[in-house]
Ligand binder design. Sequence first.
Ligand SMILES: [Fe+2]
Length: 173
Amino acid sequence: MAEPMAQELLARMQAHLNLERQSAAFYLASAIWHDERELAGFAEHLHRRSQQHQNHSAAIADYLISRGQTVELDAIEPPPQDLTTVEAVIAEVFRRETDVTTSVLQLYSNADRDLDQRSTVVLDPMVDRQRESEHQSAYLLGRVKFAANQPDALMIIDAELRNEEAKAVKLTR
Ligand SMILES: [Fe+2]
């Protein structure tokens, strides 16, 4: 037995879990795209991000099960085929990251409105992690736009990503 959940919140949780899986699949496709072009730093970075999103979907699944719910898994859509430059792929990464942020924030407001504190406690760190993730994606897109698809500039970013150094600065210590 578990405390019941509001239907709308449950539907949004299921949708969010599937959005995380869809993002994980897109990140993996993007990692492969870069790997095929010998951009190993981008590939490694995107592969790590894919695994993170996979974990986020698993965390929602764990939570739904703890609330006595059945997890519903949707079909995963294939990645878009019309992304032909690093900038186009990274712009799509950023766009999808903002979709995930919107979804998790919506989830949070639903849980808050329902006074479902079990859910808000679980969602709290997810919201913060997602906000940081969107911020880092924006930073990477900014760097890639600045490189303007020039191979020498992209190679520098690729090396930074490989060493996990392509991160927006934090001024708080
Ligand atoms: Fe995620």
